[in-house]
Write a protein that binds this ligand. Structure first.
Ligand SMILES: Cc1ncc(COP(=O)(O)O)c(C=O)c1O
Length: 393
């Protein structure tokens, strides 16, 4: 079974590039150049130097002793929360800004939900002196206010998306519209493994550093580079794909992807795409999409802005359909409880996105010997307002 992209840009039945004609030149330019640029020795040298000295990689793999005792397994946290800017998103923006420079682009646009990708994009634009425009849903601008201030301080222009549910999907629509209108000088840094080919592949390659490091760190700490389980939350799916990447072909490693069930999978307020979705096209690729009988996108809901998305990347759709990975979901309340538990047992305040992955540990049964890696995709500073309100702190 091939779990990776084929030469046509597909993962099994999913992927491709379903784009308006006016976007074709931009996407085609990327498709023809991305592997050549990424695989160039000088590019790799600069990418890894920045990951090390600017981002602070390798991020630690931390054996969470108190959580391990509670759940009766060795629970390792891959600490993407300790990266510069506070989440895994910076791995991808470092890669894409270097690529944009090689393509001669002067202006960068991006969409953001939780604001972590927006901050990571504004950061690399400041670093390299490029103009930066971030699209963000009006609802997310309110619930992730600290990140909006960070983006502005970094010199980015933040544009509010006011259509639909005023969240990530709508911000992505606006960014695509901008790209159509500015095809020559602009690069669109998509923040997850979504969008037309080659984005899902390109973003997963940049994020694959997560599992590359994890294998080495596990070998050092346990004597084996093969965990029993790997868990990660899925919005579009980039931290999960980075966490899964180097384990995908090792079928002994169980991959678990955690989606946002919102107020409950069947409540009408959910973002559990694999439970609720059907095959369809969203934001340029064929995948699984939450949609009505006549194909209109259903507005998603999650307390976590980063998981509040009605689709998943095409590689995830393929991993779901081939049952290589298991897709499960966690409600708003379960995730907030898990966030509080991790905070009070390990002294780590996780992003609410990452707390969804932690919450699934409650539903698993262990025998005491399993090695379990959870991707702690980001830190919870941006979510303090939500935690404070929910717990009355
Ligand atoms: C901390 C964190 N984790 C996870 C996500 C979800 O994105 P993805 O599924 O692409 O990793 C986000 C998105 O903003 C995020 O900020």
């Amino acid at each position: 079974m091939n779990y990776f992209v084929n030469e046509k840009g597909y993962y099994g039945d999913f992927g491709g590039a379903y784009i308006p004609e006016m976007l074709y030149p931009n996407v085609e330019e990327l498709r023809q150049n991305y592997l050549k640029i990424i695989n160039d020795a000088d590019f790799q040298k600069e990418f890894h130097a920045l990951l090390k000295d600017y981002v602070g990689r390798p991020s630690p793999l931390y054996l969470a002793k108190r959580l391990s005792k509670k759940y009766n397994a060795n629970i390792f946290l891959k600490r993407e929360d300790l990266n510069h800017t506070g989440a895994h998103k910076i791995n991808n923006t470092i890669g894409q800004i270097l690529l944009a420079e090689k393509l001669g682009k002067k202006r960068i646009i991006a969409e953001t939900g939780a604001g972590q990708h927006g901050v990571a994009t504004a950061t690399v634009c400041a670093l390299r002196g490029l103009e930066c425009v971030i699209y963000m849903g009006e609802v997310d601008i309110k619930r992730q206010a600290p990140n909006v201030a960070r983006m502005k301080m970094l010199g980015a222009t933040v544009i509010s998306a006011v259509s639909g549910s005023k969240t990530l999907k709508d911000a992505t629509n606006e960014a695509m519209r901008d790209w159509i209108n500015n095809p020559v000088d602009t690069h669109y840094i998509i923040g997850s493994v979504v969008g037309p080919h080659p984005y899902p592949d390109m973003v997963s390659i940049f994020q694959s550093v997560i599992s590359e490091e994890t294998k080495k760190q596990l070998l050092e700490q346990t004597g084996s580079d093969q965990p029993d389980y790997v868990l990660a939350c899925v919005g579009g799916g980039s931290n999960a794909m980075g966490m899964f990447y180097h384990f995908i072909d090792d079928e002994k490693v169980k991959l678990i992807a955690i989606e946002a069930a919102g107020k409950g999978v069947s409540s009408g307020f959910s973002a559990a795409t694999t439970f609720l979705g059907k095959e369809g096209v969203l934001h340029g690729s064929r995948s699984i999409v939450m949609q009505t009988a006549d194909g209109q996108v259903v507005e998603p809901h999650s307390v976590s802005a980063g998981l509040d998305y009605p689709g998943i990347g095409p590689q995830h759709a393929h991993l779901f359909k081939t049952i290589r990975a298991e897709y499960v979901s966690i409600t708003d309340d379960e995730s907030l409880d898990a966030g509080l538990l991790c905070t009070q047992m390990e002294g780590i305040i996780p992003a609410i996105e990452s707390a969804h992955a932690l919450a699934y540990l409650e539903k698993m049964k262990f025998t005491g010997n399993e090695n379990v890696v959870v991707c702690l995709s980001g830190r919870g500073d941006k979510d303090m307002e939500t935690y404070i309100t929910h717990f009355g702190l």
